[in-house]
Design a protein around this ligand. Structure first.
Ligand code: HC1
Ligand code: SF4
Length: 579
C-alpha cells in the first residue's frame, strides 16, 4: 500500500493507483473531463488529454495530471493552489477557444461537463478567441447526431466503441485544430458497422455526440385529432427515469411514469413488459423445439440459440458473425412484437386502420430508433413502431409539459397490452432475458411447477457468465454476455466448438439499464447497480412471475395467434437477418 498526502489529508491506496484515486478516496474533488474509469465494467480511458486535473506534486517542477500520474509512497500533493487553479482556467479557455458558444441551443445544455466547469471556474470571456474555428458537417443517423464542432478530443467515445464494444467505428483523425473523432474516411455513421448502441453518446462529456431527439414528433402526434396515439415503455426506463426528474436514484417510478404518460395525453398507456412476456412464449418455444430436435439427432437444429431482442447486438452479429446468421432466435424484439400486435390485434379491437394508430416507444436505448426504421418492420410503408424516444427525451417532455412528476400518484398501465409478469422487468438487466426464458422453458419442458424462480447463477455484473441449469433430465449450459466486446469473446468460444445450449447478449454494459438513452451516469457504476435492484424488486413483487402465466398473453393466443410458433405467430412475431 502507498501512503499519499493531499491538501493536508492522508490516505493509503494500493500500488499502481493514481493521484486521482487517492483524491477520490479522500473526497477531494479534482475536476476531470477525459477521465472515464468504470472498474467493474473494465472501462478505462487512458487518454490524459484534457489536463484539467493537473495538481502540484512536491519535488516536481511541472504540474502533473492527477488521472495519469501514479502515486508514490509518501507523495505530497496540493490540488487547489493558485498555480493549479490558473492552469485549469487556461485549459478551459483553450478548450473554449475552438468550441462553439451556442450553449443555449445545444442538446447537451444543462448536462454538459464542459459547461459545468466553465461555470465553476467563472469563465466569462475567451482570451484566445479570434482565429478561424474549424467546421465539420453534421452527421445524422437514425439514432445519433455527430456534431464534431463540439468535440474536445477526450477520446471517451473511442474507448467505448473500440475497447468495450470492439466495433472499431471511431478513431482520432487529423491534427491540431482540425483533430476530431470520426469513422474511417469520415463516412456517415449509418454507412459503417456502427451498431447504434449509443455507448459513445453515453460517455461524451459535451454535445459532440447526442441522441437523434424525436420528442417533438411525439408532441405533433399527440396534437393530431385524427390519430389514436398509444405508448409502450421498456423495462429499464422505470428504473432510471426518476433520476432526471428529481427522484432519488434506485427508486422505481413505474406508477408515476404511467401517470405522467396519461397526463401527456396518450390515448392508451401500455408496457413493453407485456411484449417481453410474449417474446418468452415465442423464443422459449423455439428453444425447446430446437433442443428437442437436437437431442433427437437432427443436424439442422442450431444450438446454442442466441437471444435476439437487443438491436445493437443484432446489427453486431449481422456484421461480425455472418457465418452464424441461422443461430440467433428468429423472435423479434419485444419492442417490435408490441408494434406488430398493436397494429393488427389492437387496431382491430379499436376498429381503426393501422395508419390511424401511432405507436410510440419509450426506450433506454438509441438502437431502438434504428430498429424501428428497419424496412422489414413496416407494412406498405407504415411502420409497426412509429416513434421511439429515449428515457432522457421522456424526462425532457415531462418537464416541457410542466408535469410535477414527484407529486404524481402511482397509476396502472391499461389492459390488455399493459399487463406483465415478474419475468418481464428483469429483461432490462444482464441475465434477465435468459432467466425469464428458463422459468417458462422449465415448466413447458417438464410439465412440473418450478418452485425456485430465481436463477441466481445467471445474475451479476461479470462481463461473461457461464451457468449450468438442470431442466428435467437435461443439463443446459447457458452463456451470458453484456457489452459487445464480451459478446465477441463468447461467440468466438462457440465458433471454436465450446458447447452452449443458449446464450443471452445485451449490447450495453449492465444490459438495458446502462443503455445509451438512459440518464447520464457520469461514470458512476453504483448508479447502474441501483437500477438493477429496482428491476429485481419489481419482479419479486409481482404476483405472477412466469411469462406463460400472463392472462392477457393466454387470451392473445386464444383469440388471435393460436399457439406459439403458429403460422400467424411466425408471420407477425418472427424475423430474419441480413448480411
Ligand atoms: Fe431492452 Fe427489450 S430489455 S432490449 O434492453 O428485450 O431497449 O429495457 O425494451 O425490445 O422488453 C431496451 C430494456 C427493451 C426490447 C424488452
Ligand atoms: Fe461505436 Fe456504438 Fe457509438 Fe456506434 S453507437 S459509434 S458502435 S459506440
Amino acid at each position: 500500500m502507498l501512503t499519499v498526502h493531499i491538501d493536508g489529508k492522508t490516505t493509503t491506496i494500493p500500488a499502481g493507483g493514481t493521484i486521482l484515486d487517492a483524491a477520490r478516496k479522500l473526497d477531494i474533488d479534482i475536476p476531470t473531463l477525459c477521465y472515464l474509469n468504470l472498474e467493474d465494467l473494465k472501462v478505462n480511458n487512458k487518454a490524459a488529454s484534457c489536463r484539467i486535473c493537473v495538481v502540484e506534486v512536491e519535488g516536481r517542477r511541472n504540474l502533473a495530471p492527477a488521472c495519469a500520474t501514479p502515486a508514490t509512497d509518501g507523495m505530497v500533493v496540493k490540488s487547489n493552489t493558485l498555480r493549479v487553479l490558473n492552469a485549469r482556467k487556461t485549459v478551459l479557455e483553450l478548450l473554449l477557444s475552438d468550441h462553439p458558444k451556442d450553449c443555449l441551443v445545444c442538446a447537451k445544455s444543462g448536462e454538459c461537463e464542459l459547461q459545468d466547469l466553465a461555470e465553476k471556474f467563472g469563465i466569462r470571456e475567451s482570451p484566445y478567441d479570434g482565429g478561424e474555428m474549424s467546421h465539420y458537417r453534421k452527421d445524422v443517423s437514425p439514432s445519433i447526431i455527430r456534431d464534431m464542432d463540439k468535440c474536445i478530443m477526450c477520446r471517451r467515445c473511442e474507448t467505448m466503441c473500440n475497447d468495450v464494444q470492439t466495433c472499431g467505428v471511431l478513431s482520432g483523425v487529423n491534427r491540431g485544430f482540425t483533430a476530431v473523432v470520426a469513422p474511417a474516411f469520415e463516412m456517415n455513421l449509418a454507412d459503417t458497422v456502427c451498431t447504434n448502441c449509443g455507448q459513445c453518446v453515453a460517455v461524451c462529456p459535451v454535445g459532440a455526440l447526442v441522441e437523434n431527439d424525436n420528442s417533438w414528433d411525439v408532441v405533433d402526434a399527440l396534437a393530431d385529432p385524427d390519430k389514436v396515439v398509444i405508448v409502450q415503455t421498456a423495462p429499464a426506463v422505470r428504473a432510471a427515469l426518476g433520476e432526471d426528474l428529481g427522484i432519488a436514484p434506485g427508486t422505481s417510478v413505474t406508477g408515476k411514469m404511467a401517470a405522467a404518460l396519461r397526463r401527456l395525453g396518450f390515448d392508451h398507456i401500455f408496457d413493453t413488459d407485456f411484449a417481453a412476456d410474449l417474446t418468452i412464449m415465442e423464443e422459449g418455444s423455439e428453444f425447446l423445439d430446437r433442443l428437442t430436435r437436437y437431442l433427437n439427432g437432427d443436424q439442422t437444429a442450431k444450438l446454442p440459440i442466441l437471444t435476439s431482442c437487443c438491436p445493437g447486438w443484432v446489427k453486431f452479429f449481422e456484421h461480425n458473425f455472418q457465418d452464424m446468421l441461422d443461430v440467433p432466435s428468429t423472435a423479434k424484439s419485444p419492442q417490435q412484437m408490441f408494434g406488430a400486435i398493436a397494429k393488427t390485434y389492437y387496431a382491430d379491437m379499436l376498429g381503426i386502420p393501422r395508419d390511424k394508430l401511432v405507436v410510440v416507444s419509450v426506450m433506454p436505448c438509441l438502437a431502438k430508433k434504428y430498429e424501428r426504421a428497419r424496412p422489414e418492420f413496416s407494412v406498405d410503408g407504415n411502420p409497426d413502431v412509429d416513434i421511439v424516444i429515449s428515457t432522457r427525451e421522456l424526462a425532457r417532455l415531462i418537464k416541457r409539459m410542466n408535469i410535477d412528476f414527484a407529486s404524481l400518484p402511482d397509476e396502472d398501465f391499461d389492459a390488455p397490452l399493459g399487463e406483465s409478469t415478474g419475468a418481464a422487468p428483469i429483461f432490462g438487466v444482464t441475465g434477465g432475458v435468459i432467466e425469464a426464458a428458463l422459468r417458462t422453458a422449465y415448466e413447458l419442458a417438464t410439465g412440473e411447477t418450478l418452485q425456485k424462480v430465481d436463477f441466481e447463477d445467471v445474475r451479476g455484473m461479470d462481463g461473461v457468465k457461464v451457468a449450468t441449469v438442470q431442466v428435467g433430465p437435461h443439463e443446459l449450459r447457458i452463456g451470458i454476455a453484456h457489452g459487445l466486446g464480451n459478446a465477441r469473446k463468447l461467440l468466438n468460444r462457440v465458433r471454436e466448438g465450446e458447447t452452449f445450449h443458449a446464450i443471452e447478449v445485451m449490447a450495453c454494459p449492465g444490459g438495458c439499464i446502462g443503455g445509451g438513452g438512459q440518464p447520464y451516469h457520469h461514470g458512476d457504476i453504483e448508479l447502474l447497480k441501483l437500477r438493477t435492484k429496482v428491476l429485481y424488486a419489481e419482479d419479486a413483487g409481482k404476483p405472477l412471475r412466469k411469462s406463460h402465466q400472463n392472462p392477457y398473453i393466454i387470451e392473445l393466443y386464444e383469440k388471435f395467434l393460436g399457439k406459439p410458433l403458429s403460422e400467424k405467430s411466425h408471420h407477425l412475431l418472427h424475423t430474419h437477418y441480413f448480411k
